[in-house]
Write a protein that binds this ligand. Sequence first.
Ligand code: GLA
Length: 345
Amino acid sequence: MSDVRAAAPGRVNLIGEHIDYNGGMVLPAALSVGLELILAPRSDDQVLARSTGYDAAQRHLSDTACDHWSDPIVGALREARKMGLISGGAEVEITSTIPAGSGLSSSAALIVAILKAARQAGGGEQSDVGLAVAARRVENEFMGVPCGIMDQMAVALATPGKAMALDTKSLGYELVNLPKTHAIAVIHSGVFRKLTEERYAERKEECDEAKAYFKTDDLCLLDPEDVASSSLAEIPRKRAMHCATEHRRVLSAIKALKSNDIAALGAAMNESHVSMRDDFEMSLPAIDALVANAQRFGATGARLTGGGFGGCIVACVENDAVDRWLDQLFTAHPDAKLIDTVSAA
Ligand code: GLA
């Protein structure tokens, strides 16, 4: 079999956090940072991997995950073999500009790109949605990361210059233009995070407690008033309240983008940060300070983005103000770093 190539972008979520396992809508967008790979299928079960910034890895398809950078590759190739796309291992060479450990879906991008390459190698007819679902299985079952479906869908299907209004329950989606007048800036806080850390799983368990109480899988579809007046214990009640209100904020953000009402988009982003800070309790004081300054220096909207407890913030800033805004922000927060800006195509 000959070499095949595939690519996948990183993603940023504009709004809708911890929603993708609670039955609601999210609004991610593709970044311009991303990865490309060349895959050469092998007839034996060896996995040879090289990637920018890492030592070459020599693995085997029968390996289990061992907290190594190449785990997503082994997991994706195992999944590709199960799907009948390849019959053995592969040699994979990756070139990536997605900073790892920043919550910008470098792992989802790697798994999706390998599955796309394997589909091409094997002449498979799986849809991109089918590959995204398979990629989530790799994270959940092989890597033991209890994530939802947002990242895999975003990196498999998002288009530059557009946001993806994704229903995480039905996997139906619509691509919506990003604003022409504003840039979406992704800034790393300087605080590193790891999704496998216990706190993501802990939030998921707290949501499970709320799901059991309300007898539903879809906390996002609850009426916030019913959540407020319930006798559920305080912690799971606050988590459910975040889900119910965040889903509604995503709906208003989608409406705002469609009608080019960027002030309303910004307001939804700012309110989302308050809910993540106070109800979902997934922020940190350093991130709250960065978001507060991002807003104070003129962002129309700013919030923590991704799994939480570190990583990046996302801000919506008027095109003409971006340079001055970045200067002010980096003077106040020398550890913060610009990762990417995305705007309308
Ligand atoms: C991580 C997970 C996603 C999602 C976000 C929070 O990125 O991989 O599935 O839950 O956190 O919105």
